[in-house]
Design a protein around this ligand. Sequence first.
Ligand code: N01
Length: 533
Amino acid sequence: MTERSVDAVIVGAGFGGLYMLHRLRKLGLTAQVVEAGDGVGGTWYWNRYPGARCDIQSLEYSYQFSDELQQQWDWSERYATQPEILRYINHVADRFELRRDVRFNTRVTTADFGETKNRWKVGTDTGDTFDTRFVVMATGCLSSANLPPIPGLASFSGDRYHTGRWPHEPVDFTGKRVAVIGTGSSAIQSIPLIAQQAKTLTVFQRTANYSVPAHNKPHDPEKVAELKARYPEYRAQNRQTAFHADFNYSEINVLDVSAAERNAEYEQRWTHGGLPFMASFADLMFVPEANQTAAEFIRGKIRQIVKDPATAKKLTPSGLVGCKRLCVDTNYYATYNLPHVSLVDINEEPIETVTTEGIRTRQQDYGFDAIVFATGFDAMTGSMTRVAIRGRGGRAIQDAWAEGPKTYLGLSVNGFPNLFMITGPGSPSVLTNMLPSIEHHVDWIADCIDWTNQQKVAAIEADAQAQENWVTHVNEVGDTSVYPRCNSWYLGSNVPGKPRVFMPYLGFPPYAEKCRQVVEAGYDGFIKQPEVA
Ligand code: N01
């Protein structure tokens, strides 16, 4: 067991943690990344399920802090696969010699703030500890796997998988009877590929989901060259959009055009593929009646694609589209036309228990060789609250967040000085292209740490009132949209007992402007405790 003293401990070696390390090194600070896995990559290290790939175009889902890197790296496809993204982040780790400051196979379990010295003591599951001035939680928004407490789980004699904790060895479902529980993005990406191997595939659905086709394809080298010639400008343009991405946002309201015009636009976006579908009209995410027109368009597509009317009916969602994250697929709905693929609606046929042989619903016993849990994550807060973080007065983060996460700008929490979160709750994070949002936060945190050193500030933390105002503002902005109108992990409603609070901040440009103003005003809304002379 060792104890190391550093300027900063960074928890997690994903995109956030690695860039944070790079920035702090450039400031001449000592930083230690602590990573539970045995490699870099974060979400892309753990989510190795079949079909895992990005739903933001790879040319945008990549770092921009190094122009050489973004010019020299070549993405092969419009939406990169998980293995390609993992190769990329490994390349970045090598290129900037980041690995030597990453402690792998080590999980941070505790972080205790000592008020006399304004330093944190960080504990790990290996017994090694770190004495540090700053802690940066680069733990990701979707990293704590959610395994539903279905009775009998431990008794199952077959293989059990969670999409977010997929084995490193290849998994072969050939000849197997496979169950998939869940129909979120992970399920929708993996189901078509599992179906190609499995003898039978039975999908257990709680809520039917909307998905649009990815229309993934290899990159056209000419188009890539053209974009790379204006990369900084392209990135700057995207920064001005709500999702921080090239979605070709329309400024027209759906309710201002005829049904024919509206459907033509949806058809064109459907043919183009991907999340830009949600940018078809300006009011889609704000006016329920407008949203219903897009929802009905997708419902019509499901009815066209799925041949069996009873299955099509079960697969057809009734609510609004996009307030639960829209999925992007390759052949998802069409997979249900295969004779060996079937769908169980667990609202009609609830799961009672997992048995040694498979799954028992209220109606019947199903035999399975493998069960895949595609049941998502304790999103946005899980990776914070699963660490025993104790701030001023020994207050636990779980207590501070008992009614839902409270942060200032999704960066800092009152009572937890010198602790920062990358893309924490209360920041745009999951409602944006994560990569540039990560870079924005890392730059902000690095500049803040540098400022505290220059200004001889011993500790910095969110002011309680500023935090309260921010939480109210996040909710007010969220309430202008349709997001809070359905059950989703944005609200924590997928995890039993989790407080229902809309966690991300809607709209990147006003958020970035607010962050800029806070800095300009000398870190307005933060408590700055001066160093004792
Ligand atoms: O998780 P989810 P995910 N019994 O929470 C169901 C990102 N991502 O891993 O909707 C039965 O969306 C649950 O049902 P319900 C992306 O941001 C990106 O798929 O809560 N079912 C739902 O159907 C995404 O949104 C990509 O009623 C249960 C499913 O499990 C986020 O990660 C790819 C259940 C969980 O869906 C999470 O996606 C993959 C229970 N007890 C993921 N509990 C890209 O394309 C839950 N469910 C980049």
